[in-house]
Design a protein around this ligand. Structure first.
Ligand SMILES: [Zn+2]
Length: 170
């Protein structure tokens, strides 16, 4: 059932009473904030979300998911592929006061006036948080001219390993 289209909003309390599990996907084309934050994104965001009630009686929305996006490297400006991984645990609350009383291992998500949460927005928020602050290639894959500074100092190349000097400084 991996290819089910997930609902945009869902009643987490009802779903938790039924111990629902949703495996499915969202279209990334419906996540404008995510698209604005990357160069491009794979067509589908796959998510598995579980609704449950914990031993304290709190409703828990836990989920895992992933999406592959293309990000612009901040060192060399070339785009590169990056897998965003999601792993979240929310508990729905009625207001800010209830949010403060939640155990710290849960994030709070506010219920709307219909007692529902916007699951797609939640997933999109989590994906945005998963984007590195300064996206960069792994050093060995980076085309950066900024890192070829050694090339400008050919005489330096005759020296032993420049990192040995760094080690001594520590
Ligand atoms: Zn790069």
């Amino acid at each position: 059932m991996q290819n089910l289209k997930l609902p945009i909003t869902i009643n987490p309390i009802k779903s938790a009473q039924q111990r629902s599990v949703c495996n499915g996907r969202y279209l990334s084309s419906e996540m404008n904030r995510l698209l604005a934050a990357c160069e491009s994104c794979c067509e589908h965001v796959h998510v598995s979300v579980k609704f449950d009630v914990d031993e304290l009686g709190l409703v828990v929305i836990s989920g895992k998911g992933s999406a592959t996006v293309s990000l612009a490297c901040q060192r060399c400006t070339e785009a590169f592929e990056h897998k965003l991984e999601l792993d979240f645990k929310f508990s729905p609350v009625k207001d800010a006061e209830a949010a403060e009383n939640l155990p710290s291992y849960y994030d709070a998500i506010e219920l709307d006036e219909n007692g529902e949460v916007n699951l797609r927005e939640l997933v999109e928020d989590e994906l945005l948080l998963a984007i590195p602050l300064i996206p960069r290639h792994e050093l060995e894959q980076c085309q950066s001219p900024a890192d070829s500074v050694w090339g400008k100092l050919p005489e330096e190349l005759d020296k032993p390993n420049p990192f040995d000097v760094l080690k001594k400084l520590k």
